[in-house]
Write a protein that binds this ligand. Structure first.
Ligand code: FA5
Length: 369
């Protein structure tokens, strides 16, 4: 069955009069003209050229006009619509250009203006010296080992053959940060890393350990209460003092250039036996200041030698404390102060310059800041 016919309900349509078209056109042109931003122009476009705009509605109804009226209405509305379209695109181009011009002005970057940049910073000369020394040993196959600055007394003293009542505990004034009896200290030397390495690493072992240490000492031109040391430890079968001598010569060559003699003289450290004090030929006067009548040398105080490190063969008691068989293994260890080495290498007369934080000190080392 077919659907019932729809009721025919003719709508009477009249064309916009010339006057109405003119008014709609004038309103559109005024809105386009007064749009000062692209957003305002977008609104004007919607209002005067969108589907609901008077001219658009009029155009849509042209087809419903009596044939005789269509041509005239079409021309009138078409011409007005074309003018609106042209005005819109002209204004669009104009506003886009204004926007681009103002962006060029407001976002202009003057690359010739003086800059005010936060300096990126750089590594401190003490760090550079520590790295340089560690690198010498890494190149010889040593590993870099680390240890805590807050250390157990057992590692800092006992295992290093310094029991509680040993007079050697007085050699390094200890800073305690926990109640007496807690067994916790600020490490006074990097030597506890020897113990930590022996207890955790397989043999043979070759380690170097730079790090900060603390002592309850008054600061003066050659003493700090927090300073850096670098420790070396080698434990293997058949190591002798000749091997130790070679290792020491390597770091002297690296820091001061090759050709300086080194000298070992007996010293005492509880954790090495025998122990020695390492001195090197004075790199400034090369011994000349010792001769009668020669100019004095402030670096070596005219002795011809400067002390640079402590060293020795690892005491068998230390090996035993770490479970290492002293009949099979032997070792050597050495330790030196990094600030003191830096002072010697660069002629710094006051160690406090290394902790003042004055950037002029660092710049003198060629550090780029
Ligand atoms: C020791 O600390 C030993 N642990 C070194 C060692 C390691 C010996 C391995 C044998 C085997 P000593 O207390 O001498 O030794 O200190 C070593 C170096 O630290 C000194 O030669 C010196 O360069 C530096 N040093 C010592 N006290 C200070 C201080 N207050 N300020 C700056 N540097 C210091």
């Amino acid at each position: 069955m077919s659907a019932p016919n729809k009721n025919y309900d003719p709508v009477e349509v009249t064309a916009l009069s010339a006057e109405q078209v003119q008014r709609a056109l004038a309103a559109a042109l005024a809105a386009i003209d007064s749009a000062t931003t692209l957003d305002e122009l977008k609104e004007a476009r919607l209002a005067h050229s969108g589907d609901k705009a008077p001219l658009s509605l009029a155009r849509a109804e042209i087809g419903a006009l009596p044939p005789a009226a269509r041509a005239e209405a079409g021309r009138r509305v078409g011409a007005a619509t074309a003018r609106v379209r042209d005005a819109l695109s002209a204004r669009q181009a104009q506003l886009e250009k204004e926007r681009d011009d103002s962006v060029l002005v407001t976002e202009k970057v003057d690359v010739t203006l003086p800059f005010d940049r936060t300096p990126p910073g750089a590594r401190h000369p003490v760090t550079l010296t520590a790295d340089k020394l560690a690198d010498v040993f890494v190149a010889m196959g040593y590993e870099v080992a680390d240890g805590p600055e807050v250390e157990a007394e057992w590692y800092n003293f006992d295992a290093l053959n310094i029991p509680p009542d040993h007079p050697a505990r007085e050699m390094q004034d200890t800073l305690f940060i926990a109640p007496p009896g807690s067994g916790i200290v600020l490490r006074t030397q990097t030597s506890p890393v020897q113990i930590r390495s022996l207890l955790t690493r397989p043999l043979p072992l070759y380690v170097v350990s730079p790090g900060r240490v603390y002592r309850n000492e008054a600061m003066d031109a050659t003493h700090l209460s927090a300073f850096y040391q670098i420790e070396g430890l080698a434990v293997d079968e058949g190591l002798t003092m000749a091997d130790m001598r070679g290792a020491i010569q390597a770091f002297v060559d690296a820091l001061f250039g090759s050709g300086l003699k080194t000298r070992l003289r007996p010293d005492y450290f509880p954790f090495t036996e025998p122990s020695a004090e390492v001195a090197m030929e004075c790199h400034v006067c090369r011994g000349a200041s010792v001769k009668p009548g020669a100019d004095p040398c402030r670096i070596c105080r005219s002795t011809g030698w400067v002390e640079i490190a402590g060293c020795g063969m690892v005491n068998p008691r230390v090996l035993v404390a770490c479970g290492v068989d002293p009949d099979r293994y032997s070792g050597f260890a050495f330790g030196l102060g990094i600030e003191r080495a830096l002072m010697l290498a660069h002629g710094v007369s006051d160690i406090r310059d290394t902790v003042d934080g004055d950037v002029r000190f660092s710049r003198a080392f060629g550090t780029e800041i």
